[in-house]
Design a protein around this ligand. Sequence first.
Ligand SMILES: [Fe+2]
Ligand SMILES: [Fe+2]
Length: 211
Amino acid sequence: MSAALPQLPAATAVSILHAATPAQWLADALADLPALLLDHANCEKKAASTALALMFAYADDRPLALALSRLAREELRHFEQVLRCMSACGVAFARQRPGRYAHQLRSALRSGEPGRKLDLLLAAALIEARSAERFALLAPRVPATLARLYQSLASAEARHFELYIHFAQAAAPQQWPARREQLAAHEALLVTTADDTLRFHSGPLRAPRGA
Ligand SMILES: [Fe+2]
Ligand SMILES: [Fe+2]
C-alpha cells in the first residue's frame, strides 16, 4: 500500500466500538459452531465483494484501489481457510440466509455523495473492528483446529479496520470522527439487542418464550 496508515493513539479496533459483544452471544456461538462457521465463510466472501464494489464505485481513487485489491485477495484467502476448517470439522457448505447486521447497518448510510463514500468506509471499518473483537473472544475458546485461524484473523481484521479508517479520514478529514460516533452507536445496537438467528455479527439469541 502506498499511503501511510494513520497514527491512531492507542486506538484499536475494539476501542472504536461503542459496545462489547454480550457474553450471551459468545455462549450462543460456542453452542452452534457449524452455523457460525458457515456464516463466517460467507462473511469472508462478502468482505472481498465489498472491497471490489468500493473499487468500482471510486475507480479514480488509485491508493484506495490498490489497497482494496490486496484486501480483497486476502479476504478470499480467509474464505479458503474457513472452508478447510469446515472440512476438518465435518461441516458441509450449505446456503444460509444472511443475518440482519450488514443490511441494517447499510440502511443507516447516506445515499448521496460526498457523504456516501465516508459512510461506506466507516461501515466497513466497523464491520472489521467487530470481526476482530469477536475472533479474539472466540480464539481461546474454540477447538484447536479453529483456534490458530481465529487468532490470526483477529489481527488481520484489526489491520483491515485501520486501513478503512485511514481512507475514511482521507475522504472527510473534518467530518469523519462525528460520523464514526453515529454509525458506531447504530452498530452497537445491532450486536447487543436480541436476534432471531445466530450469525457471526448477530446479537444474542432471543430467549424462547416462557424461558
Ligand atoms: Fe477476513
Ligand atoms: Fe477483513
